[in-house]
Structure formats: structure tokens, C-alpha cells
Design a protein around this ligand. Structure first.
Ligand SMILES: [Fe+2]
Ligand SMILES: [Fe+2]
Length: 134
């Protein structure tokens, strides 16, 4: 079983964050492709997969932030919570089979996740990198 011991090392923590960002980007690309192909069934499956992946990714990041006493943890966590709410809403729309999910909600989420990575996650990664050098 996966023990949570890897978080004790900032190098491995940073690596774990970067690996899951790659996984998330891959899923987002897949969703965009499904939309381009009008493949609603694949889009639905991938959006559900995105929700599960983001929940686990955000938990990992939050555990890492706690472990290393990251000073901006609460603001960062608040953004994660907003993103999970947004994705949960998208999933609810999908369950109702309302085609609106194809448009604005997902594009908003793409923007949110991109901004979050470029603003909040970059700061966290810089913080972990600074610990590596100590
Ligand atoms: Fe992240
Ligand atoms: Fe994050």
C-alpha cells in the first residue's frame, strides 16, 4: 500500500505535484478532444475522471502544504474548494444530461485551473524548491 511517507522530502513533494499536473493536463486535453469530436459520452467519462483526479491531487497538495508549514495554505485551499465546487456542478449538469455542460462551465473551469496553476501552484513549487536548497 502507498504510505504517505514521500511527503517528508520536498524534492519528492515537488515531483509528485508536477506529475499530477501532467495527468490533469492530459485529461483536460482529452476532454477538449472529445468536445471537438462531439463525443459526449467520452467527455462525460473524462469529466468524472477529472473530478476524481483533482480531488486526490488537491488533497496531496494540501497535505504537502501542511507538512512544510506553507504560509499561504488557507488561501490556496480555498481556491481548491472553489474548483471542486465548479467541477461538481459540471458533473451534476452532466448527470441531468443537459448539453449546456459543453460550453461555458467547462471553459470557465479550464481558465480557473490554468490560473490556479500559474499563480498559486507556482508559488507553492517555488517554496518547495527553496526548501530543497537548505
Ligand atoms: Fe495543483
Ligand atoms: Fe493547488
Amino acid at each position: 500500500m502507498d504510505a504517505p511517507t514521500i511527503i517528508a522530502d520536498p524534492v519528492l513533494a515537488l515531483d509528485k505535484i508536477e506529475q499530477s499536473h501532467k495527468v490533469v493536463r492530459g485529461i483536460l486535453d482529452g476532454i477538449r478532444r472529445s468536445f471537438d469530436l462531439n463525443d459526449n459520452e467520452s467527455a462525460k467519462i473524462l469529466i468524472l475522471k477529472l473530478l476524481m483526479t483533482e480531488v486526490s491531487h488537491f488533497n496531496d497538495e494540501e497535505q504537502i502544504m501542511e507538512r512544510f508549514d506553507y504560509p499561504d495554505l488557507s488561501a490556496h485551499r480555498a481556491q481548491h474548494n472553489q474548483m471542486i465546487d465548479a467541477l461538481s456542478n459540471i458533473n451534476r449538469i452532466i448527470i441531468l444530461d443537459d448539453p449546456r455542460f459543453l460550453s461555458k462551465d467547462f471553459i470557465d473551469y479550464l481558465e480557473k485551473t490554468q490560473n490556479h496553476e500559474e499563480e498559486e501552484d507556482v508559488l507553492l513549487k517555488k517554496f518547495l524548491a527553496s526548501l530543497e536548497r537548505q
